[in-house]
Design a protein around this ligand. Structure first.
Ligand SMILES: [Zn+2]
Length: 249
């Protein structure tokens, strides 16, 4: 049986002489593992369209539970990533996180859209890599069941606290007067950082990257978004450690 699917290639592993085993995120079936036979053969038309961090249309042949890619057409190569090693490494971290948070047979259009928009922003340099990373991390958490509640201090209901504090394990904010009521240690939040976090979590998907944040509030956003994701998923990512080593080279 043949079927056509649009897929973001999260990972490719060489298999035997000239095959690739792909882990992909599709619009129809969520995460899938596919074999691309002959993808590494000289002159193969599939080579470019089955590379890690490309978005392609795949024709898949299913037979007795095995799925093989028969044809692959490149839809978006994210060329900017291939010209910038640091950006590519950050893209690989996005891919590892997506692999960890996606499931087979559970397509999520919002997650795929966020992934494509983030890679596009990174590839085109639409904003600083640290900003793309923070948006990807926080928005992904918000749409995969770990949405923080940034609306108000839960004790007094103050929506615009003068000096807000963030309780990371639960993703809640507290005002200065009630920070001792948080069930654990809290982190100080610059009001501009809180505004940016609200923008990322609550705004229309098309607008998530449109905000400006610099200096200390930006550093705070970058650090908190990463820590929030790692805390909620309760694991580390080797691709993140790697990106930190190479990002300034
Ligand atoms: Zn309060």
């Amino acid at each position: 049986m043949f079927e056509t699917t649009k897929a973001l290639i999260l990972r490719e592993v060489r298999y035997k002489e000239s095959d690739r085993i792909l882990t992909v995120l599709t619009d129809t079936d969520g995460k899938r593992t596919l074999k691309a036979r002959g993808a590494l053969r000289k002159g193969s038309k599939m080579a470019a369209a089955t590379q890690q961090l490309t978005f392609s249309e795949l024709t898949v042949f299913e037979n007795r539970g095995r799925a093989t890619v028969n044809e692959a057409t490149l839809l978006e190569p994210f060329e900017g990533l291939r010209a910038d090693f640091s950006a590519f490494s950050l893209g690989c971290y996005f891919a590892e996180v997506l692999e960890a948070t996606s499931e087979e047979g559970m397509p999520d259009p919002a997650v795929l859209q966020l992934a494509l928009n983030s890679l596009y922003a990174l590839s085109r340099g639409l904003c600083a890599p640290a900003q793309v990373k923070a948006v990807f991390e926080l928005r992904l958490m918000a749409i995969t069941g770990y949405e923080p509640d940034l609306s108000a201090c839960p004790v007094c209901g103050d929506t615009e606290p003068e000096s807000p504090w963030f309780f990371l394990p639960e993703g809640t904010i507290f005002c200065g007067r009630h920070r001792a009521d948080a069930p654990g240690g809290v982190t100080p939040l610059h009001p501009d950082t809180l505004a940016a976090m609200r923008h990322i979590v609550y705004s229309d998907p098309k607008r998530i990257f449109s905000f400006t944040l610099e200096g200390e509030p930006m550093n705070q956003l970058a650090s908190l978004s990463e820590r929030y994701l790692l805390t909620q998923l309760d694991r580390g990512f080797s691709s993140l450690d790697y990106w930190k080593k190479v990002k300034d080279i």
